[in-house]
Design a protein around this ligand. Structure first.
Ligand code: SF4
Length: 980
């Protein structure tokens, strides 16, 4: 048969023919293929031929625009959104990021104590660092699909049943604004500023709108990091604030330690930098209790540490480096407080107050070996302007690291001071890497710690990335200080090496304040004692997790949780002490003032997911809330409890920008499509609420309300002005549209400007330039925190102006935790700190629930496609040995319980999970779980008193970064198979 004849055979006739032919063949095999006929074209039978184009048309579009995602994701990848008739169809990663980090010989050199150290950026072959192209992850690439699921909100809703009963009435925006405004005015007049907001999304307008609205009402803000346990208060004591690098800096490592940092799964757009570093000769160490995917795919050394014992491992490494005298003494003398003198009698730093009448509190001393006397260290917080440098070589100083030195005080008394280095050495002396203490605690063979230590010492460019979960452990505070000590002992931090607080650090200059979108100004009001305008003076003030503990009555639950646990013997304080420290911190004003949550705003924040003891918290906290407003894109479990649910535009329906953290680019949300249904952008929702409040306040002749609060360091005076709240929100029309607000922000920003704004709108991203909040954006190198201290010798913001390892706050002295060392006592002999059952017996398992690769927290967790890739249900990883012992098979329903609660999940076998851990990736929404149970019902609130330390000056004060963190890991549990 020729080709032409063959093409005339249609699909239907062919099938028909072959069917009949087969029968004929069966009847007479000798006729095979001899009588095949050309028949009519069957396509002629179809009247409608458009079906052929359906598939093709599915892939056509009428608009392409640049977008990105928020919902707690730090990735801020630029993607192109393809849409048709105003409906998002699909997204595609932007792949135009340039290779910008190209070696400029000699540019990145530095010296220590006047001696050249060479270049501190390690470039790849050809003098280049790979580009960020393309960026994305599987969640972001199905956002257009996910946003069509039925849980996405379409209209404003009002609760008509009891809270949480899930009975709703649809409202118009005008009705919603009108009713909410009325209630806000009543509460504000009764109790000004009695409002608290939790705000999750990472974007300037969305988050900025909620914070601006809260600030104008005198409300409080719970810092998002503390709310979920991502704050780094321990690191703050050593470094101040947040530090990190843009993640292309991972490439410059020759040793990258992922410390509880599963970056292959959790940082998909940037994990390639670690793999490329490996191609460039780097080693990777993964420290984690679980043999996670990064350990499996990338690690040269996997360190299977017992959960929650990281401080022991870090202490053993520091102790080894000190004992073997392998530390970088010159670096320590110039860049750390380790040579500073400490008084033995008070356990405090020797200060100018001790040495001179009228001396200053934050002027410290070291022993200068050249002049053989105690001298004022330059670069301290109270050092004079001409001594604001760490360049001690230029000043001709050479401090002693070790020894005891007699110093005569102003009152004539002589004291024998020692150094912070000596105190640190003493505190770490017990933690030998081959000691029973370390081995029992960590479960690690000494050879593993030895190898890790040797690799650290061999490294010329050590990067430690400290996962968010480290701080959620009971010893997270000290464990972080010890990790920073490793980097400083080896002379790495801020020079050739770097510390990455997960994905923190590099932000726009002054962050939100520079843009001004978050914090409106307080105009001068002499009649209220406010003489001058205050820039950003109407910002919401920040309260720590102590707020939720107090208004959720959580410590009562903590006492029950630890009732049978010898907590004090093991860690030095118990639940009653936590309460006493909290009361003391409030009484001494170490913490900010806290007003009750009469108005609560949950802005894109699935609050229940974050809470420890969520059911109990809900029962105690919600009755104190008179008005609960939720603004979100989805009907999450938390939204189901709100009085009003405001339907926010999704990431594809609004204009916005995402500031910098993981990469050096400002990224655009370019409103891929207009808001569908009756959604509005967050910026417009809060503008609408302000407008309604202003109109009503004017109609009622409401005057300005004087308002004062304690922010943790000082008393702030300001006004709440309901009659001008809209004018202030939109700055008299300057910010009344989202596009105008984005442009206004960018033109104000030194790092973006007009040129950057135009590029952003044209290309979806623009590279940030110049000084940033915690470092500098270079033109030809990754941005890395702390180089300004180490390379440029500028003092940091710590009290000592350096990497600081001694804290002489009264709480640290009381608990003997001045230097970095494990916080536990000798009674703690390894393994997680778990509560006992009511009968006093220990629980056999500990619960672990780190970040998930299948969602961004609870976002995307219910996406139909992602669920298909898992089990389609809430699941729990168990070790096969445990499953065999307990008669549990894969997919069986398991009840996880302790004396505080229970939750249910399907068993999933994972040999990489140690037998003593029950493991689920976090982010399950309550509505996905059986009976709305959740793993967080089993946890309790744990307060580390060290995180409550405050004051009015220096850096050991309440800052929002230095605050009580949410600590909730290491929950003791048991499991059993159940039907279901
Ligand atoms: S969800 Fe985050 S990591 Fe994933 S594509 Fe979007 S911005 Fe990137």
């Amino acid at each position: 048969m020729d080709q032409e004849a063959m093409t005339e055979i249609g699909r239907r006739s062919f099938l028909k023919g072959t069917g009949l032919g087969l029968l004929a063949l069966l009847a007479d095999p000798g006729r095979a293929f001899s009588k095949i006929q050309v028949v009519e074209d069957p396509l002629q039978e179809y009247e409608y031929r458009g079906w052929e184009d359906l598939y093709r048309k599915e892939w056509t579009w009428d608009r392409v625009q640049y977008v990105t995602h928020s919902l707690g994701c730090v990735g801020k990848c630029s993607l192109k959104l393809y849409s048709k008739n105003g409906i998002p169809l699909r997204e595609e990663q932007t792949a135009t990021y340039p290779v910008y980090a190209i070696r400029t010989p000699g540019k990145y050199t530095y010296e220590i104590m006047g001696k050249p150290r060479g270049e501190y950026i390690r470039y790849g072959p050809g003098g280049k660092i790979p580009s960020f192209s393309p960026r994305g992850c599987q969640k972001g690439c199905l956002y257009s699909d996910w946003m069509k699921q039925s849980d996405f909100l379409k209209y404003p809703l009002k609760r008509v049943g009891e809270r949480g009963e899930r009975k709703w009435k649809r409202l118009t925006w005008e009705q919603a604004f009108d009713e909410i405004a009325e209630k806000i005015i009543e509460i504000e007049l009764k109790d000004p500023g009695a409002m608290v907001t939790t705000s999750r999304p990472f974007s300037q307008l969305s988050k900025g709108g909620s914070e601006r609205f809260t600030g104008l009402l005198g409300g409080q803000l719970i810092p998002v990091s503390a709310m979920v346990g991502d704050a780094y208060p321990g690191g703050h004591t050593a470094l101040i604030g947040r530090v990190g690098s843009t993640l292309d800096d991972w490439f410059t490592a020759d040793l990258l330690i992922g410390w509880t940092q599963n970056f292959t799964a959790m940082r998909m757009p940037d994990a390639h930098f670690a793999k490329e570093a490996k191609d460039n000769g780097a080693r990777i160490i993964v420290v984690d209790p679980n043999h996670n995917v990064t350990a499996a795919q990338a690690a040269d050394l996997f360190v299977p540490i017992r959960m929650g014992s990281d401080s022991y491992l870090a202490a053993a490494i520091c102790n080894t480096i000190i004992k073997e005298k392998k530390y970088d003494a010159e670096f320590l003398k110039e860049q750390s407080d380790l040579p500073f003198l400490v008084r033995p009698d008070t356990k405090k730093f020797l200060t100018q107050k001790d040495m001179k009448p009228g001396g200053k509190e934050f002027q410290y001393y070291f022993w200068d070996t050249k002049s053989n006397q105690a001298v004022e260290a330059p670069g301290c917080l109270d050092s004079p302007a001409d001594k604001k440098t760490l360049n001690i070589a230029r000043l001709g100083l050479d401090p002693a690291l070790e020894g005891r030195f007699t110093v005569r005080l102003a009152d004539g008394k002589e004291v024998e001071c020692t150094t912070v280095f000596e105190k640190t050495k003493e505190g770490l002396a017990r933690y030998n890497l081959d000691s029973d203490l370390v081995r029992e605690a960590t479960g690690l063979h000494p050879s593993v710690i030895r190898t890790m230590t040797d690799w650290i010492l061999e490294s010329k460019s050590l990067h430690i990335t400290n996962g968010y979960n480290c701080q959620k452990h009971y010893d997270g505070y000290q464990s972080e200080r010890l990790k920073i000590l490793i980097l400083v002992l080896t002379g790495q931090l801020g020079g050739p090496g770097a510390y990455h607080q997960t994905y923190e650090g590099m932000k726009l200059e002054g962050g939100r304040a520079a843009g001004g979108l978050h914090f409106p100004d307080q105009p001068a009001r002499p009649e209220f004692g406010i003489e001058k305008p205050i820039k950003g003076g109407k910002q919401p003030y920040s309260v720590g997790i102590a707020y939720e503990v107090i208004y959720g009555d959580s410590l009562e639950r903590t006492k029950k949780y630890f009732a049978n646990t010898p907590l004090k013997e093991q860690i030095g304080f118990d639940a009653n002490d936590m309460e006493a420290f909290l009361k003391d911190a409030i009484q001494k004003k170490y913490l900010p003032s806290m007003k009750p949550p009469r108005i609560s705003l949950w802005h894109s924040c699935n609050n229940y997911r974050n809470k420890t003891g969520q059911q109990s918290w809900r029962e105690h906290y919600l009755p104190k809330v008179e008005l609960l407003i939720g603004t979100d894109i989805r009907m999450t479990s938390s939204m189901q409890s709100c009085d009003y649910v405001l339907s926010a535009a999704t990431d594809y329906e609004r204009w916005d920008i995402r500031e910098t953290t993981t990469n050096p680019f400002l990224t655009l949300y370019g409103q891929g499509v207009k808001p569908m249904f009756e959604r509005r952008s967050d910026w417009q929702i809060y503008a609408g609420l302000c407008k309604a409040i202003q109109e009503k306040a004017r109609a009622r002749g409401i005057k300005s309300i004087p308002f004062e609060y304690w922010n943790g360091t000082r008393q702030v005076k300001r006004t709440i002005d309901l009659s001008t709240i809209y004018d202030e929100y939109v700055q008299n029309g300057e910010l009344d549209s989202d596009e105008k607000a984005v442009e206004w922000h960018n033109l104000k920003s030194k790092g973006i400007g007009k040129e950057g704004h135009e590029k952003l709108v044209r290309d979806g991203y623009a590279k940030f330039r110049g000084p940033a909040k915690y470092g500098n954006y270079e033109d030809d190198a990754p941005a890395r925190s702390m180089t300004w201290q180490v390379v440029q010798k500028k003092p940091s913001g710590t009290n000592t102006g350096r990497f600081q390892f001694y804290v002489d706050h009264e709480y640290h002295i009381k608990l003997d935790q001045m230097t970095p060392k494990p916080q536990y006592t000798d009674m703690w002999r390894g393994g997680p700190q778990s509560p006992k059952r009511p009968d006093g017996s220990p629980y056999p398992f500990v619960m672990n629930f780190p970040h998930t690769k299948w969602g961004i927290h609870s976002a995307y967790r219910n996406n139909r496609w992602l669920m298909r890739l898992q089990r389609g249900d809430v699941y729990l990883y168990l070790n096969p040995k445990v499953m065999a012992e307990r008669g549990i098979k894969d997919m069986d329903m398991v009840r996880v319980y302790n004396h505080m609660g229970e939750w249910f999940a399907r068993a999933k076998e994972w040999p990489g999970n140690p037998p003593y851990i029950v493991f689920t990736e976090h982010g399950w929404d309550h509505f996905m779980t059986k009976n709305w149970t959740h793993y967080n019902n089993l946890n309790c609130e744990f307060l580390n008193p060290l995180e409550l330390a405050g004051g009015t000056r220096g850096h050991i004060v309440y800052t929002g970064n230095h605050t009580s963190n949410r600590i909730y890991y290491e929950t003791g549990v048991d499991i059993e198979k159940v039907e279901g």
